[in-house]
Structures are given as C-alpha cells and as structure tokens.
Design a protein around this ligand. Structure first.
Ligand SMILES: Nc1ncnc2c1ncn2[C@@H]1O[C@H](COP(=O)(O)OP(=O)(O)OP(=O)(O)O)[C@@H](O)[C@H]1O
Length: 296
C-alpha cells in the first residue's frame, strides 16, 4: 500500500535519511521511534511530499508516485497528515474544522456527530478554537483525521499534550481505525503507548532503520529482571551466562528463553530471584526496552 524506495535526504552536509526502504500494508499501525532530531518528521514530510527527497521515491497503492501532478492528486485523496495546532483557525469552531475535512476528503459530514461523541468533544466542539486548551486542540486535530477518513494517515506526535484519559481514548480509536484497514504511521515519544496498538515499530538512526520490532507474531520471550551494574557483574562472575543475553541501559538483564529447556528456565528464575528479591517478569521486549537498547 505504501512503499518507500531508497529514500535519501540531505540538508547541506547532514544526511538525515540514507537510502531508506520500507513497505507497509493496509490495516497496519507502524510506530516510528527515535530520539529528537533523528529524522521522524523528515520521513513523514517525504511520505506526504512536503519535502522532495534527494533520491528515491514514495509509491502508493503500487501505482502512484509524486512524479506527476495527476498522480499526486490521487495520493492526496488517500493520504492525510496530522494537522499542526498552529494551522487551526482561531475564529472557526471545532465543528467547522471537522466539516471542512469531512467534505474535502470524504465528500460528506454525516459521520461527524459520531466522531464528536466518541472523542467526548460534545461540550466544546461548537465553540471557537481560540477558547480551546492544548489538549482540546489536539483532540480536534485527531478528530479532523477521523473526519477525513483517508486510507493512509501520518500522525506525528498524535498524543502531544493529552492527559492519560485522552491518550487511552485515542489509543482505542486508533485500534478501531486499524480494524477498518487504515494504514497509520505514528511518530511518538510515548513508547509504552505504542505497544498497545502498533503492529510494528521501526527505530531510526543515522538515516537508516536499525531495528524493526514486530508485535504479536511469536516474539521471543525473555526473563527480565532489573539489576544494577554491581549485581550484573556479580552474576556474570558467578554463573555461566548464555552469550545471547542482553544487559540494557545498565539496568535491565534479559535472558532469552528460546531454545532453553523448561528445567533450565526454572533454574534461571530461581537463581535470579535469589540474587535480588525484586520484580522479575517473563515476556517479549517492549518498545521502551528496544529503545534503551538502541539509544542508551
Ligand atoms: N528544513 C530543514 N533544514 C535543515 N535541517 C533540517 C530541516 N528539517 C530538519 N532538519 C534537520 O534534520 C534532522 C532531523 O529532523 P526531524 O525534525 O526530522 O527530527 P525528528 O526525529 O522528527 O525530531 P523530534 O523528535 O524532535 O520531532 C535534524 O537534525 C534537523 O535539524
């Protein structure tokens, strides 16, 4: 549905995207994780054609690229980007914004009351935007994407400025959108939140995708326990630790269970609990853990 083919972007001498290729299908939510200034927004800008890459191309639905105006129009109908709060019109109401997006992309406004209801915006949506708080504006921006209902949605920092209740409200909405076969990209620093709905999270560094984490497809389980460096050193001196263990960000010891017999697993659980009576868990690594692994 969306293919990135050998995308490179340079600002003067600074390479931000370096021969990056990627393919995404409908019904997927793709998280994009990386520290500030790595290139997440640049990647989104290339996907939306707000920025021409120095090399490479974006292909939508196997057919359309930004190379001709006619094809770009086809893509515009299929792809929306998360509105910037600064681009909202202070003197218009929320409902005016939703109607605008509904009419422009979907050709109707019939679905808007339902969106307003689902996002708990009924008590403010008719007021002018200039009276809105940061979180109210952010919910409106999300509602505008829902009103457009395009098949591809690029959401940069969708959860910015939202309280916990609204983060969970929008997370649930995203899961519904996924069921409707939307393809959604989400760049976020709320890493644990991505675990709730993302099918894949890609990690960027030096212009490349350095890791792709897939959820829900038999991910490898680990025994995980937090150990300080002193405890970790004691562990590796006292026991023969499998080479494929991880010690993430000098605080989290992770032992892969793959290929380990049950008796051995039990032995390790006992040994680790003996070392430190602290929380031990078993499961796959989450986005936070991969993030610390790659960027610590
Ligand atoms: N128009 C531009 N001109 C020059 N440099 C730019 C431009 N846009 C982005 N950059 C640089 O490209 C790099 C990547 O920026 P980008 O905004 O894509 O990062 P990001 O991962 O989205 O960061 P954040 O998490 O802070 O939003 C940064 O070093 C930034 O300074």
């Amino acid at each position: 549905m969306l293919t990135l083919k050998n995308i490179s972007v340079k600002f003067k001498d600074k390479v931000v995207l370096d021969d990056l290729s990627f393919q995404a299908e409908k019904g997927e939510i793709i998280g994009v994780a990386a520290p500030n200034g790595t290139g997440k927004t640049t990647l989104f800008n290339v996907m939306a054609n707000y920025l021409k890459p120095n090399a490479g191309e974006v292909i939508i639905d196997d057919n359309y690229t930004y190379k001709s105006e006619k094809q770009e129009i086809k893509i515009r109908k299929r792809l929306t980007t998360f509105p910037d709060q600064d681009d909202l019109f202070d003197e218009l109401s929320g409902i005016d914004h939703l109607k605008l997006y509904g009419n422009m992309w979907k050709g109707t406004t019939k679905h808007i009351p339902q969106i307003v209801g689902k996002l708990n915006m009924g008590n403010y949506v008719k007021n002018k935007v200039r009276t809105y708080s940061l979180g109210m504006r952010q919910r409106l921006c999300f509602a505008m994407m829902a009103a457009a209902d395009s098949s591809i949605m690029l959401m940069d920092e969708v959860m910015n400025g939202l309280d916990i209740n609204n983060v969970s409200l929008i997370s649930e909405y995203l899961i519904e959108m996924k069921k409707e076969q939307k393809l959604i990209f989400i760049a976020s620093h709320l890493l644990e939140n991505l675990d709730l709905y993302a099918d894949r999270v890609i990690f960027l560094s030096e212009g490349k995708i350095i890791h792709e984490q897939r959820f829900g497809r038999g991910n490898d389980d680990y025994i995980k326990i937090s150990l300080d460096p002193h405890q970790y050193n004691r562990l590796i001196n006292e026991y023969v630790i499998p080479d494929n263990h991880l010690y993430i960000a000098s605080h989290l010891f992770c032992l892969p269970l793959k290929g380990m017999k049950q008796a051995e697993q039990m032995k390790w659980v006992e040994q680790l609990l003996g070392l430190k009576e602290k929380e031990l868990s078993i499961g796959p690594l989450g986005t936070v853990e991969y993030y610390e692994k790659h960027y610590h």
